[in-house]
Design a protein around this ligand. Structure first.
Ligand code: MEV
Length: 445
């Protein structure tokens, strides 16, 4: 299996068992390695086959916690929201925020627009005025000659919205692009968009080659690539929470509502000024968004890439959330682009994703955008609330403690004892190890 350069050859063509055997041989205890990996295989073989086929060279399944946030009120409707995330306390933070805002009117959300984008990048070095003047007829051709791809999407109310010719020749000689916008209804639309774009590229090539008003040189075009853009600033959702400052309540660190609002506003301001803080601030927002995106079978890399690009749309990287304290009202808003789907892809293949969507009442893509953004906002509120009052370590303590205890295979009884002890002690790997050693040796702690 290893060739003369010690590289695997033909690995992907082997069966899963064969692959596992080979990889196990590289470990200290191959039998134990194989047994552990196999213990995560699903007992239903046909289901396991489905999981194996999601990707390449699969050896086993990777478990992640699937949690829920109950009682989330969005636009006066209640949801139980699924979240898939490994980081302890993110679900708890979202749930705490949901509970806090439930008593203050809940969350509000709206989708601003749902436009998806794709590009055909090409190089052409002819007379620009000829191309610009003939572009309307080329555009017509591009739309007419892709009806075999767009017919179904059109029936669902979507399709191609527009195709623009973009001139980038001042930045790179001969560089133009077709910038196409799409409505992909309830699907994320990646396959649909990429199929349309590849068809545009082929129509474009033929159009140049057969254009009699062009010189022989002008009939040559180089298609560089055709691909959707994950930056979709017009596939935008906005959500917010608001209440009178006087109704913000009291806080664990003893701050008054006014003091809390003032400090919270400074934290948001800092995340607008300083990209180092903005990155962590936005990471906290994506703790929530990614977890919902994963639980509902969507592409969290696309959603994150888009959000971080949008966070820089003013020219410098900033907070995605904003706070206003006008007229005595505390209003925290999150505006974020994201392209989500509720049909196609994993949404119909992964059984737990199907259940996640079912739990949400099988929402439309638009509704799912509002749900995911709301959880981002909920996590942002919780994080900044903790940071500006008692700090985040207190909230993380229990989960963090349990993670360390699990490392030592602690029993429920030992965890219970640890909770009591660490209520007043600081949690670290060393302090927890010492605590466990003592209670197992029956020494006083
Ligand atoms: C941790 O995963 C997320 C936070 O750092 C977010 C923030 O700082 O706003 C708590």
């Amino acid at each position: 299996m290893l060739d003369k350069n010690n590289m695997f050859s033909g690995f992907s063509k082997l069966s899963k068992d064969e692959k596992l055997k080979i990889i196990a041989k590289l470990t200290k205890n191959p039998e134990e390695f194989s047994a552990e990996m196999k213990s995560f295989w699903h007992p239903d073989e046909s289901l396991q086959k489905k999981f194996d086929e999601f990707s390449e060279n699969t050896l086993t399944n990777f478990y992640m916690p699937f949690g829920v946030v109950p009682n989330v009120k969005i636009n006066d409707k209640f949801y139980t929201i699924p979240m898939v995330i490994e980081e302890s306390s993110v679900v708890a933070a979202a749930a705490k925020s949901a509970k806090y805002w439930l008593g203050r009117g809940g969350f509000k959300a709206e989708v601003v627009d749902m436009v998806k984008l794709g590009q055909v990048h090409f190089l052409w070095s002819g007379d620009k005025t000829k191309l610009i003047s003939q572009y309307p007829s080329l555009k017509k051709l591009l739309i007419e000659n892709t009806t075999h791809i767009t017919a179904n999407m059109k029936k669902r109310g979507g399709g191609i919205l527009d195709i623009q010719l973009i001139d980038h020749t001042s930045q790179e000689p001969g560089y133009y692009q077709l910038l196409a916008s799409f409505d992909t209804c309830d699907s994320m639309g990646a396959n649909f968009i990429n199929s349309c774009l590849e068809e545009f590229a082929s129509i474009l090539k033929t159009w140049f080659e057969q254009n009699e008003s062009f010189t022989a040189e002008e009939r040559k075009v180089h298609i560089v690539m055709s691909i959707l853009s994950n930056y979709t600033p017009d596939c935008l959702v906005k959500c917010w929470v608001e209440c009178p400052i006087s109704e913000l309540g009291t806080f664990e660190d003893g701050s008054t509502a006014e003091e809390f609002a003032w400090k919270f506003s400074k934290a948001i301001k800092i995340a607008h000024i300083d990209p180092y803080r903005a990155t962590t601030h936005n990471k906290g927002i994506y703790n929530g968004i990614d977890a919902v995106v994963l639980a509902t079978g969507n592409d969290f890399r696309a959603v994150e890439a888009c959000g971080h690009a949008y966070a820089s749309h003013t020219g410098s990287y900033k907070s995605l959330s904003d706070l206003s304290l006008e007229n005595g009202i505390f209003k925290l808003t999150l505006t974020v682009p994201m392209a989500l789907g509720v049909v196609g892809g994993l949404t119909s293949l992964h059984p737990v994703v199907k259940r996640g969507l079912e739990m949400l009442g099988n929402p439309s893509a638009k509704e799912l955008m509002m749900i995911a953004a709301t959880i981002g906002l909920a996590n942002n509120f919780s994080a900044v609330k903790s940071l500006t009052t008692v700090g985040i370590q207190q909230g993380h303590m229990k989960m963090h403690l349990f993670n360390i205890m699990n490392h030592f295979d602690a029993t429920d009884e030992e965890k219970e004892k640890a909770l009591g002890y660490f209520a007043t002690e600081s949690v670290s790997f060393t302090t927890v190890r010492e605590f466990i050693e003592k209670i197992r040796d029956k020494q006083p702690v």
